[in-house]
Design a protein around this ligand. Structure first.
Ligand code: BGC
Length: 369
């Protein structure tokens, strides 16, 4: 309550400074009824959501945006959702503009820890709370919360998925496509899958063809990198540890271009493309992260903070190098052609109709989907 009073004071100043600036984002959404809601009876701050891009994964625009929008709308809290399209300067400006427009809470998917820390520090200096959404910002004391999945577990599922799909094939030649070197999640995914696949390399059961990070999770760059890997390996690659569905699809495209046979390829995000690749036999697994849970957990925290309340959500401490950030971590699951049907109907999972459309229909029939 005391804290709330402090924010309220800052809110009033900020709001009176810039009243006109809001509403210039086409994606603005309001709970209808302005900044005060019946629910709290008091002033409710605005929330700004800063998404990273729309190309490194379709998840951000396909699931995160609409699910977050719905969560804030349901609570009658005004939220402005913006996408920086991979540009750090743009994200910085979006954050500044949001604060100017009266945001009291920022939900941030950083583009790297340095730019994320700068956004958080600026927010903190103006009494604005920051929730790291999906990606932890390292080495700053200005992030208040972190909501994500158990990302090492994501990596373990990918590693185990590859092990299961390769089976007992002798001397399997494995290529590794890591996520962006500037995304802390990519480091955690790698820690997870390395813990499963490195023992295979060490025991001489598998050989590592190459292991490279894909800057910005850029699928086009992944295609070039994987083509070079194929070149280097004389096309002898028996499996690909790809850190998400986009990178996996880049590898699959390169294999198809060279008319090479299907091999196990991993992924993440349970995207429509990834799931169709699985049904077609081009991809062996993906990791499904229930984004609705992540979005709702983040929204719950943001809504409490926007109302000047102390959140009651249960958290675990995660060290970001500077302090222990109270965190909520959801649980990821592995999806293969054998269990895909368990997730049909989930709000953050592509529908069976979409997956089994067009040319994929016959394959779905074969699998009894
Ligand atoms: C997210 C993944 C996503 C990747 C690329 C990661 O930080 O956790 O879900 O595929 O970024 O956008």
């Amino acid at each position: 309550m005391k804290k709330g009073a402090v924010w309220l004071a800052t809110a009033t100043v900020a709001a009176s400074l810039v009243v006109a600036g809001c509403g210039d984002d086409e994606n603005s959404t309001s709970g209808g009824g302005g900044s005060s809601t019946a629910d709290s009876g008091g002033d409710v701050g605005k929330v700004a959501v800063l998404l990273p891009d729309s190309k490194s994964s379709v998840r951000w625009e396909t699931y995160d945006r609409p699910l977050l929008k719905a969560a804030f709308q349901d609570a009658g809290v005004e939220a402005e959702i913006q996408n920086a399209e991979g540009d750090k300067a743009t994200q910085q400006q979006q954050a500044e503009q949001a604060i100017t427009n009266g945001a009291k809470v920022i939900l941030l998917v950083n583009l790297d820890s340095g730019s994320g820390a700068a956004i958080a520090a600026n927010a903190k200096s103006q009494g604005v709370k920051v929730i790291d959404y999906d990606r932890l910002t390292l080495d700053t004391d200005a992030n208040d919360y972190y909501v994500s999945f158990d990302n090492e577990k994501v990596g373990q599922l990918q590693g185990q998925g590859l092990v299961d799909c390769i089976g007992d094939k002798a001397d399997a030649q494995i290529a590794v496509l890591n996520g962006s070197p500037t995304d802390n999640n990519a480091t955690l995914f790698k820690n997870g899958y390395d813990s499963v696949i490195n023992p295979k390399f060490d025991a001489g059961e598998w050989t590592e063809v190459d292991d490279q990070s894909v800057p910005d999770w850029d699928n086009q760059k992944a295609l070039t990198i994987f083509e070079q890997m194929l070149q280097k390996a004389d096309n002898k690659v028996d499996g690909v540890l790809a850190a998400n569905d986009g990178l996996g699809n880049a590898a699959i495209s390169a294999l198809k271009q060279r008319k090479l046979p299907q091999i196990p390829v991993t992924g993440q995000d349970a995207t429509l493309e990834g799931l169709q690749n699985i049904v077609n036999g081009d991809q062996c697994m993906t990791v499904y992260k229930a984004i609705e849970k992540e979005a709702n957990a983040a929204a719950e925290l943001a809504i409490a903070l926007a109302k000047g309340k102390e959140p009651t959500v249960e958290t675990v401490p995660i060290d970001n190098g500077t302090h222990e950030v109270p965190s909520v971590l959801e649980t990821p699951v592995s999806v293969t052609k054998d269990n895909i049907s368990e997730y049909f109907g989930n709000p953050d999972f592509p529908t069976k109709e979409d997956i089994c459309a067009g040319e994929v229909a016959a394959k779905c029939d074969e699998l009894g989907l």
